[in-house]
Design a protein around this ligand. Structure first.
Ligand SMILES: Nc1ncnc2c1ncn2[C@@H]1O[C@H](COP(=O)(O)OP(=O)(O)OP(=O)(O)O)[C@@H](O)[C@H]1O
Ligand SMILES: [Mg+2]
Length: 264
């Protein structure tokens, strides 16, 4: 698992007070969609090896924030940097930086006409310039790790949603990302498949991967998050440990949100 950055964080040592080197720095970020001010002066630093869960009502800007971190969305003001490097505007430096940021979406986004193995080896061969045999070997390891090695020669449509999402995680990890972004990775899954994906994510968190996770899975937030960021109307309204956030939310918006999600 050479390519998966395990960082200096000690597995299991997830005390929020441990000072961490900044990995993702979001500084004064603003974005509009027409008249809609979708990101309002967002400031957030995610430390190396830290797991941040982003919560908030629908339309609060969570996906837009994730997409901005990967520069799938442009921003109008402010800066975003990854491991000390500001996001480049375009071209090769952007492709390089994007390769450092893995992203797993709600829909699995696998290449439908490629086998599971080829889905995982494509990026390492094309972008990371690995040899086919090296990429194959790594793919085998990663598919084993997410528990789908038996499916390597199948096509995405032949796999369950949970299996496809685990392949999507393996494919991202194959690039050796410094940060993993997850945007509701389990929302499209049947309930019985949610845990198999969350278990892989909890494993990654324990290994010290830096993760930003948008999810409605409160169990994951409680178990794996170092901090919870609560967004509403394009703003970060509250940031705290899962313990703080779930037991004593400060803002009315957060109380209202928790009241709704915890009772349905
Ligand atoms: N490409 C776009 N063009 C115009 N408006 C957009 C676009 N993408 C998102 N929006 C709007 O921006 C706001 C924030 O959207 P975003 O998808 O970031 O919210 P979210 O917090 O991820 O919501 P959800 O929980 O439903 O996924 C919403 O009002 C949405 O309608
Ligand atoms: Mg969203």
């Amino acid at each position: 698992m050479d390519d998966v950055k395990t960082s200096s964080a000690v597995p299991g040592d997830r005390t929020p007070d441990t000072p961490r080197e900044p990995m993702v720095v979001i500084d004064g970020v603003n974005k509009h969609f027409g008249d809609l001010h979708v990101l309002r002066d967002i400031n957030l630093t995610v430390g190396r090896g830290e797991v941040v869960v982003v919560l908030g009502p629908s339309g609060s800007g969570k996906s837009t924030l994730c997409r901005a971190i990967n520069r799938l969305e442009t921003i109008e003001s402010g800066t975003i940097s990854i491991d000390g490097k500001q996001l480049p505007e375009e071209g090769k430096p952007l492709a390089q930086l994007r390769a450092d940021v893995g992203m797993v979406f709600q829909s699995f986004n696998l290449f439908a006409h490629k086998t599971i193995r080829d889905n995982v080896t494509l990026g390492p061969i094309k972008v990371r310039k690995k040899s086919k045999s090296e990429a194959d070997q790594q793919a085998t390891q990663l598919l084993e790790r997410v528990g789908v090695e038996a499916q390597a020669d199948k096509y995405p449509a032949q796999l369950s949603g949970g299996q496809q999402q685990r392949v999507a995680i393996a494919r991202s990890l194959a690039m050796g990302p410094k940060v993993m972004l997850f945007d509701e990775p389990t929302s499209a899954l049947d309930p019985e498949m949610v845990n198999e994906v969350l278990d892989v994510m909890v494993g990654l968190a324990k290994e010290g991967m830096t993760m930003i996770v948008v999810t409605h899975e409160m169990g994951f937030a409680r178990k794996a998050a170092d901090r919870v960021v609560f967004m509403a109307d394009g703003q970060i309204v509250e940031v705290g440990t899962p313990q703080e956030f779930f037991t004593s939310p400060k803002s009315e918006r957060a109380k209202d949100f928790l009241g709704k999600i915890l009772t349905h």
